[in-house]
Design a protein around this ligand. Structure first.
Ligand code: HEM
Ligand SMILES: C[C@H]1O[C@@H](n2cnc3c(N)ncnc32)[C@H](O)[C@@H]1O
Ligand code: SF4
Length: 346
């Protein structure tokens, strides 16, 4: 029996009103042809529910540029899914927030890639984006709508991350999730932080997590799960849900095991950063793709990992980033290129 997905990220549209330097989808204002129609989108939700009740992340592109986003979110809510929406926050108005509430959307993630306008605007490719995002957050606060802040960490904003966390707290975010840049789409390898900086930031993140009153989560940094265990061992702490919350129950990357990404034209991928196609929901059922695709089957087998990830004692909790391995070598099972750890049995 294959476990159902726990989380699905859905690129409802690839079109976007911004032009970020790091965008995995290389999104622009021109909307590619062949997007799933409203009816196809609803059919996809029907198929998801047949498998289980994952969190459905309605994402993009910029999902708020699609007129039927509320109707589709409502459909997901009515089907029993926990629907959340990932947005750059620039298009939020009181009317839109009311519609999101009425559609049963439970939380928004707002991308904020720096603590000051210059950093964020350079990231987002549009002057004034920072101010517009902050205005969007103000609308959410007034409406008492829960939101989390997402920051993508790269060389451009690495040193500003602590300040961005402080800003997220001041703004009233319920959580702060950091994403580490993956060199795909417009994301460039030269913007990735060094392996040593990964180690430094993730150790800082561990310290922050212990004292933070809001939830912190690192995505696309599977090595965090190794670092968490190394640090806890040093401190003589047993990892449990009580001490480490949700992080104690999950692992480095859920791509293909508990998570998948569905593109605006119905393609299914292990995540939004790994361009290895698992299947297309226009040609097959979602169940068939999830249960039988070659790439998902391989990602479910820790023994398939190669290089140092294959012999690492942490491979079941970390497993490396398969998208970075693919970007570096063309083989998604190869070792994670941005990890400094030397496995003990090497
Ligand atoms: C509630 C609002 C949330 C929003 C809007 C949101 C948004 C996102 C987005 C946009 C991604 C990137 C997916 C991609 O493009 O491939 C993502 C990934 C992910 N998120 Fe969230 N998220 C939310 C909450 C959570 C929560 C509460 C958890 C768990 C406690 C979570 C766990 C994850 C995981 C595991 C991934 C997958 C990345 C990976 O492969 O490791 N998210 N989220
Ligand atoms: C959902 C989150 O994904 C981020 N995002 C977009 N492109 C990339 C990439 N190449 N690598 C990492 N994160 C990315 C967005 O900035 C948003 O905050
Ligand atoms: S990262 Fe998000 S906001 Fe930026 S261009 Fe891509 S889809 Fe648009």
């Amino acid at each position: 029996m294959t476990n159902p997905p726990r989380l699905i990220a859905w690129e409802l549209t690839a079109g976007c009103n911004l032009n970020c330097v790091h965008c995995r989808g290389s999104s622009t204002s021109s909307v590619p042809e062949g997007e799933l129609t409203t009816e196809e989108a609803k059919h996809f939700i029907d198929e998801v529910v047949e498998l289980g009740k994952p969190i459905l992340i309605v994402s993009g592109g910029e999902p708020l540029t699609r007129a039927d986003v509320f109707e589709i979110a409502r459909y997901g809510t009515d089907a029993g899914l926990r629907v959340v929406l990932a947005t750059n926050g620039t298009l939020l108005t009181p009317e839109i927030v009311e519609k999101l509430k009425a559609a049963g959307v439970q939380r928004l993630s707002i991308s904020l890639d720096g603590a000051i306008a210059k950093t964020h605007d350079e990231f987002r490719g549009v002057p004034g984006a920072f101010d517009r995002t902050l205005a969007g957050i103000e609308v959410l606060r007034k409406a008492d709508f829960p939101f989390q802040i997402n920051t993508t960490i790269s060389r451009r904003n690495l040193e500003e991350v602590p300040k961005t966390l402080e800003l997220a707290k001041e703004l009233g975010a319920v959580a702060y999730h950091v994403f580490f840049l993956v060199p795909t789409g417009r994301g460039e390898e030269s913007d990735e932080v060094s392996p040593a900086d990964y180690e430094r930031v993730l150790n800082w993140f561990y310290d922050m997590q212990k004292e933070s009153e809001i939830q912190l989560k690192a995505t696309c940094a599977p090595h965090y799960f190794r670092i968490m265990r190394q640090r806890a061992k040093k401190e003589g702490i047993e990892i449990s849900v009580k001490t480490h919350g949700y992080e104690a129950m999950t692992k480095g990357c859920l791509g293909g095991t508990g998570f998948c990404f569905v593109s605006s034209v119905g393609e299914v991928y292990p995540c939004g950063y790994l361009p290895v196609l698992a299947g297309n929901i226009r040609e097959q059922s979602f169940r068939d793709v999830w249960e039988n695709s070659e790439v998902f089957r391989k990602l479910r087998d820790p023994e398939a990992l190669k290089g140092k990830c294959g012999i690492c004692e942490y491979k079941k909790v970390c497993g490396g980033c398969r998208a970075r391995a693919y970007a570096a070598t063309g083989d998604y099972l190869e070792e994670e290129p941005y990890c400094i750890y030397k496995p003990e049995n090497k």
